[in-house]
Design a protein around this ligand. Structure first.
Ligand SMILES: [Zn+2]
Length: 304
């Protein structure tokens, strides 16, 4: 039996800090090929070559050439064309986009991994059908992306949706000053809402080391006051942060992704709190968990 071939092949590559995953999709969304390799951490040239190798293999095995989209941490500086802001720091200051195009001998689309997440959820996932989507990544860092009518909004400076590095609303100066961020500022949202920040806060409150999943499990029982405080702070902090997004952008849907979004009931509780914080008589904005899980980055890259 031969498979139907519908239009152009789309190759998506999710370049992560620990793994690089690639997928080949038909235009209709059917998956033809998928593979992941370990990221050659800290080795820029080997990283570029690993992305190239995945695309080579997909095209050889499928016997077709495709359009390539790559999702990576950080973004391209419109001023210099060099990569910046990536937590995989070997990419920073390097012409990643140009080097990938040279290695693959074609033009490619490169975008931030949070943008890829927002795009996949807006087209195939939890926000399917919504016109304006704000996709939130709450994991080891806090990122975000905006999709309008099925297209990523890059923004004038290439940072649209990067809401993790503004001061955390609802905190005082002393609280913010106590949390120095790697970006050079103090009191960024990422220092309050990212997984490591929540685990550090729990440790500071009760002296015990627990994963966020374990903290979330202990919070509702009433027996662990520190856990309850940390999770209540997450709900309040996230709701206050998203209220600013609603006042500014008023998206049709907010999708929560990343490890922190697995805290049970987080979307529902944040949604309930949001109504009291936005500058409107009602707030009916859906706040929903991501539907595509781990796969959203690579699918979003393919849709670029
Ligand atoms: Zn910061």
């Amino acid at each position: 039996m031969t498979d139907p071939i519908n239009g152009e092949l789309r190759l998506g590559v999710d370049l992560g800090g620990s793994k690089i995953e690639a997928v080949a999709l038909e235009e209709c969304g059917t998956v033809r090929w998928r593979e992941r390799v370990i990221t050659p951490r800290g080795d820029y040239d080997a990283t570029v070559d690993a992305v190239g190798g995945l695309v080579d293999r997909a095209e050889r095995e499928l016997g077709r050439r495709g359009r390539v989209g790559v999702g990576a941490p950080g973004s391209i500086s419109p001023a210099t064309g060099l990569h910046r802001n990536a937590n995989s720091t070997c990419l920073n200051g390097r012409p990643l986009h140009a080097d990938l195009e040279r290695r693959l001998a074609r033009r490619i689309r490169l975008s931030n991994d949070a943008n890829c997440f927002a795009l996949s959820e807006a087209t195939l996932g939890a926000a399917r059908g919504a016109r304006v989507v704000f996709g939130v990544i709450l994991g080891t860092g806090v990122g975000g992306g905006v999709v309008v009518d099925g297209r990523v909004l890059d923004g004038h400076n290439g940072i649209a949706g990067e809401w993790g590095h503004n001061p955390m609303p609802g905190t005082d100066r002393a609280e913010r000053d106590a949390r120095r961020c790697y970006c050079g500022q103090r009191g960024c949202r990422e220092m309050f809402l990212a997984g490591p920040a929540l685990e550090a806060e729990y440790r500071a409150r009760c002296g015990e080391e627990r994963s966020l999943a374990a903290i979330a499990e202990r919070a509702p029982s009433g027996g662990d006051a520190a856990a309850a405080t940390v999770i209540a702070g997450l709900v309040e902090g996230l709701a206050r942060s998203l209220a600013e997004v609603v006042n500014l952008l008023d998206p049709d849907c907010i999708v929560l992704g990343g490890g922190v979004s697995n805290v049970p009931a987080l979307p529902r509780e944040v949604s309930a709190r949001l109504a009291g914080l936005v500058f409107a008589d009602v707030c009916t904005t859906p706040v929903v968990p991501a539907a595509l899980g781990d796969a959203s980055g690579v699918f979003g890259a393919a849709m670029l």
